[in-house]
Design a protein around this ligand. Structure first.
Ligand SMILES: Cc1cc2nc3c(=O)[nH]c(=O)nc-3n(C[C@H](O)[C@H](O)[C@H](O)COP(=O)(O)OP(=O)(O)OC[C@H]3O[C@@H](n4cnc5c(N)ncnc54)[C@H](O)[C@@H]3O)c2cc1C
Ligand SMILES: *[C@@H]1O[C@H](CO)[C@@H](O)[C@H](O)[C@H]1NC(C)=O
Ligand SMILES: *[C@@H]1O[C@H](CO)[C@@H](O)[C@H](O)[C@H]1NC(C)=O
Ligand SMILES: *[C@@H]1O[C@H](CO)[C@@H](O)[C@H](O)[C@H]1NC(C)=O
Ligand SMILES: *[C@@H]1O[C@H](CO)[C@@H](O)[C@H](O)[C@H]1NC(C)=O
Length: 532
């Protein structure tokens, strides 16, 4: 009872401390004044600046999170160097201002540029900090948070055709938010995730210090390698290992419809893809397609692959382990590793690789997504149930990502990312639409939740695992206690994302950021009783 009253009292104090900012111009002004010692023109944008919305929009990948119902920041600050980041953190902490941090803007729920908690808030946008320093002698690269992975791949390939980076498939992902959440890509079966290849990092802590691996300590360095963005500090840059790639790799994209035996082929894929040679990564993109010349739709399963080797060895592997796909030499292209990046990201071969330097995404839409991890093959009857439900939705997409190889050999506790041995594949569900209407959003959310419920019988259980970089604010919502901000609710999504690593993340958080300065809807919470 006493602690309950104390909590109420403390909450009131927090509210009171916010009252001084009841006017939004005041928070903008105070923060701006505090930053003014930097004398950095064109780095501070308020909504009255004609360039504000363009800047807010530039990297917002999910258009849903720009809809009017999502709160907008009072200002955006674009630091040019690490000292600017330190100053922003120190000012915000002193003034009690809530900050959000954005690097590539690909957060699935937009928590990097919108906030439903503690308004008002200001966005620190890292997009002007994108230096990349490749060091072939050291077999490593230092890359700043605002760079996209596409720029990173380009700069590495520019120096060497036999070095690559193990990170995401989508080339417009920001290094700052992406790597810290795990970062898988088409070389994960060979080299693991981005975090498995992270050597060092520079971060700004809640007290404004700039720390590297040695000064932050191994616990914090463990936590940021998978604990995801916005919980521990501002990632200023990462040092990543360069991994060897052959000068010639092979890619293919082969689609099979239901009429072409897709169900049986996909049933077989589940049994072979996690056990292929580590050099081979074959994912499956599943979506409805029109049957040409009719008004009917069918399901297309597109096998999209990278092989770290030449076409002849690939054909031998496919012929012996997966003849059902019927892969032919003419389906395959031998390319450089950088060209394979473009291919897997879905760019037509007419787009030159230097497009990656623009940092632009291949597409934008309104979407809701979720993820699952599958440990036992889904039977053909289950696949048929999927097709039936898929054909009822406008633009659903599933991406099945094979595990196994290196992923199964890294212990679950070596980084916060726990989805390792025993996982056959990860499934991502996406439903997208093209109008900024609440009704459309409601309708597609409803379908997605229905579909996710159906998939429960085939997914991992206790916990039902999910990938933190595919942030899903639905997780934990169904819990009976109803308090969406409670520690118990966090334990629910926390176990889904991190399994037994969650409590260690909480412990590190409680020691490293005891005031919970870095927070968002799904940031790592501090231990109850340690708050404010
Ligand atoms: C189209 C698309 C394709 C994707 N493909 C892949 C893929 O192939 N592999 C994969 O692993 N994931 C993939 N993802 C998921 C992606 O890894 C996450 O969305 C990731 O968080 C994006 O990082 P960002 O910097 O672009 O996003 P942001 O929205 O900028 O940030 C994401 C989170 O990190 C925080 N954050 C941002 N910058 C910093 C910083 N400098 N320091 C601390 N915290 C920060 C934010 O507050 C937010 O919580 C994809 C996402 C999309 C939309
Ligand atoms: C807006 O952006 C344009 C082009 O980048 C620039 O010339 C102009 O000065 C900016 N306006 C303001 C008010 O910052
Ligand atoms: C920003 O995005 C919103 C939502 O998609 C749109 O309504 C608006 O016109 C965009 N503004 C600019 C300047 O790009
Ligand atoms: C595939 O294997 C079969 C026998 O297992 C063989 O007859 C055929 O030539 C092989 N095809 C290729 C392309 O390797
Ligand atoms: C928790 O979230 C659900 C779903 O968004 C919402 O309906 C409910 O009102 C929330 N409860 C609290 C106490 O905020």
């Amino acid at each position: 009872m006493a602690s309950f009253l104390l909590l109420r009292f403390l909450k009131l104090l927090v509210i009171l401390s916010l009252v001084q900012f009841s006017s939004s111009t005041q928070i903008q002004h105070t923060f701006y004044q505090c930053l003014s010692i930097l004398q950095a023109p064109n780095t501070f944008f308020t909504p009255t600046n004609p360039n504000f919305t363009t800047l807010l929009n530039t990297t917002a990948e999910n258009l849903r999170c720009l809809m009017p119902l999502y709160p907008k920041p009072q200002a955006i600050f674009t630091p040019l160097n690490e000292y600017h980041v330190q100053t922003a953190v120190i000012c915000a902490k002193k003034l009690g201002i809530h900050l959000r941090f954005r690097s590539g803007g690909h957060d699935y729920e937009g928590v990097s540029y919108t906030s439903a908690m503690d308004p008002p808030f200001i966005v620190i946008d890292m997009s002007k900090m994108r230096d990349i320093n490749v060091d072939l002698d050291d077999n490593s690269v230092w890359v700043e948070a605002g760079a996209t992975v596409g720029e990173l791949y380009y700069r590495v390939a520019e120096k060497s055709s036999t070095h690559g980076i193990a990170a995401g498939l989508c080339t417009s992902l920001g290094v700052g938010g992406h790597i810290t959440g795990g970062a898988y890509g088409s070389m994960m079966r060979k080299y693991g995730l981005g975090v498995d290849n992270a050597l060092d990092a520079k971060i700004v802590s809640a007290d404004g210090k700039i720390l590297d691996r040695v000064s932050m300590g191994e616990d914090v360095f463990w936590a940021i390698r998978g604990g995801a963005g916005g919980s521990y500090g501002v990632i200023v840059s990462w040092k990543l290992r360069l991994v060897p790639v052959p000068a010639t790799v092979t890619v293919f994209n082969v689609a099979r419809t239901l009429e072409q035996g897709a169900t049986k082929i996909l049933y077989k894929w589940q049994q072979v893809a996690p056990h292929f040679d580590d050099d081979l990564f074959v994912r499956v993109m599943i979506s409805p397609v029109d049957i040409s010349g009719t008004t009917k739709r069918t399901i297309s399963t597109a096998y999209n692959a990278l092989f770290l080797g030449e076409v002849d060895r690939l054909l031998e592997i496919m012929n012996s382990s997966f003849p059902e796909l019927g892969l032919k030499k003419s389906d395959c292209s031998e390319v450089s590793w950088l060209e394979s990046v473009m291919f897997i990201a879905g760019f037509p071969s007419t787009v030159p690789t230097n497009f990656l330097l623009t940092g632009k995404p291949a597409f934008l839409n309104y979407f809701k997504a979720k993820s699952d991890f599958v440990k036992h093959p889904i039977p053909e009857t289950g696949l048929e149930g999927i097709w039936k439900r898929f054909l009822k939705e406008d633009h659903p997409l599933m991406i099945w990502n094979p595990y196994g190889g290196m992923m199964g050999r890294i212990p679950e506790s070596s980084t916060p990312f726990p989805h390792r041995n025993g996982v056959l594949f990860k499934v991502q569900y996406v439903t997208s639409w093209s109008v900024p209407e609440k009704d459309a959003m409601k309708k597609h959310y409803k379908w997605m939740r229905m579909f996710y419920t159906y998939m429960g019988q085939y997914a991992s259980t206790n916990p039902r695992q999910a990938y933190v970089n595919y942030r899903d604010l639905d997780l934990g919502m169904n819990d009976k206690n109803g308090d969406n901000t409670s520690f118990e609710k966090a334990c629910s999504w926390g176990r889904s994302y991190f399994k037994d690593n969650f409590m260690r993340l909480v412990k590190v958080k409680s020691e490293f950021d005891p005031d919970n300065f870095f927070r968002h809807e799904q940031s790592i919470p501090i231990l109850p009783g340690k708050s404010f």
